[in-house]
Design a protein around this ligand. Structure first.
Ligand code: HEM
Length: 418
């Protein structure tokens, strides 16, 4: 074996999600390539397995009987009896039917294509308001896009969806970062404590919000919180813990992932000037461009399942109760599914990525996330076509949620509004 394949083989042999080094967070894709080639069904030290091939990841998503989303068994050793344990094991995403089905139906009813389309006018106005505020700082001012733009869009959208008053949205981002940060494969005591504290504070806040909404209900057609409070037509209302924890989940799910989609997309354009120019010349490419950002820099890189019975995946037999990590970011760069997978092509077609998962848990907010990405990135590039990095971007040191902590840019001379 010459040295490159030997290095890849040893990268795959040494891989363990609970022992990742700083280089991995910057660029996990070389490791994912090595895994796909040398250990596509990789067994890690704790007995769990990591899947990196597209076909295997999709097969697991589709087989919900064999691969369960229930996380009680996986999370108890990690969190013990704690607010984080109660939160995650009550969220729809980490449950199987019937709880999953009840909650999903309530949320999905307010996020149909018709409802999402109705949000576009308000979203465009909010994005233009943020662009105006940045333009007022001058073409050479250093602007952190994560703080001033990417993070400010989802908090508005998801805040509106649940009817959180604007002046109460301040702590949402930190709570969300703290709770989702505790989902990292390796968990430090500080991150765990921060996550537990955030669940407690979030629950206390939502308890008050729910009481106010019970007293003065919103329109159940569009207000997700009112829908969740009132329950479905089948008379199966959620219990109070189910209600509160799923609100937390929804606020979190719609938040960091979308911030990262917008940030990752803008960073991809900085790194690929030819693709940036292509988008400026052909703004209609924004739809396929957003799909490509989702594929190549998937903001949610990992998914998890557990086998309910003996199973086989990629030719490997798995015992019942085997924990399985789905490498979404790895699958989305599998050359067996995508031509030249490491190349950004904003016109890529077809592009059947799994950035939103697949099967019964596929992201219920994907229509909304896509709209946010298209409006935010499309309008930003049209307004500031000459934007460039002002200082190095700072990547979050996270394996699950891929994005930036800081993205400092100079905007350049703004163009008029499209
Ligand atoms: C770029 C942005 C987003 C990405 C990459 C993303 C990704 C995902 C993924 C991969 C799943 C599947 C999890 C699994 O199967 O285990 C999921 C589920 C979910 N997402 Fe998203 N999401 C995004 C934005 C949103 C938004 C904006 C909302 C809400 C408005 C949302 C709400 C949800 C919900 C409620 C679920 C659980 C669905 C279920 O379990 O049936 N997401 N998301």
């Amino acid at each position: 074996m010459n040295s490159a394949p030997a290095a890849a083989a040893s990268l795959a042999a040494d891989f363990d999600l609970r022992r990742l080094d700083a280089a991995f967070y910057d660029d996990p894709f070389a490791t994912y390539r090595a895994l796909r080639e040398h250990a596509p069904v990789k067994r890690m030290a704790d007995g769990s397995i990591f899947l990196s091939r597209y076909a295997d990841v999709v097969a697991v998503y589709k087989d919900v009987k064999t691969f369960s989303s229930d996380k009680h068994e996986e999370f108890f050793p990690k969190y013990g009896e704690s607010p984080l344990f109660a939160h995650h094991t009550t969220s729809l995403v980490f449950n199987d039917p019937p709880l999953h089905t009840r909650v999903r139906r309530l949320i999905a009813g307010a996020l149909t294509p018709r409802h999402v389309a109705a949000m576009e006018v308000g979203l465009v106005a909010w994005v233009d308001h943020l662009l105006d505020a940045m333009a007022a700082r001058g073409p050479e001012a250093e602007v952190d896009l994560i703080e001033s733009f990417c993070g400010a869009i989802p908090v508005e959208v998801i805040g509106n969806l649940l009817g959180v008053p604007r002046d109460e949205r301040g702590p949402l981002r930190d709570w969300s970062l703290a709770i989702l940060g505790a989902l990292e494969p390796a968990l430090s005591p500080q991150v765990e404590a921060r996550g537990n504290r955030a669940v407690g504070e979030f629950l206390a806040y939502l308890d008050g919000l729910v009481s106010r909404r019970r007293a003065a209900p919103g329109d159940p057609e569009t207000d997700v919180l009112t829908r969740l409070i009132q329950g479905g037509t089948d008379g199966e209302a959620l219990t109070t813990p189910e209600l509160l924890h799923n609100c937390i989940f929804l606020l979190n799910a719609g938040h960091e992932t979308t911030t990262n989609l917008i940030g990752n997309g803008l960073k991809c354009l900085i790194d690929s000037p030819d693709q940036k120019q292509r988008l400026i010349d052909e703004p209609a490419l924004i739809r396929s461009a957003v799909e490509e950002f989702l594929r190549i820099e998937s903001s949610n890189q990992l998914g998890n399942r557990i086998t309910t019975t003996e199973a086989e995946i990629g030719g490997v037999r798995l015992a019942p109760r085997t924990q399985v990590t789905l490498g979404i970011g790895a699958a989305n760069r599998d050359p067996a599914q995508f031509d030249d997978p490491d190349r950004l092509d904003i016109g890529r077609h077809p592009n059947r990525h799994v950035a939103f998962g697949s099967g019964i848990h596929q992201c219920v907010g994907m229509g909304l996330a896509r709209l946010e990405g298209q409006v935010a990135i499309g309008r930003f590039v049209a307004r500031f076509p000459d934007f460039r990095l002002a200082a190095p971007a700072v990547r979050a040191q996270r394996a699950r949620f891929r994005g930036h902590v800081r993205l400092p840019v100079c905007l350049g001379e703004p163009r008029s509004k499209p």
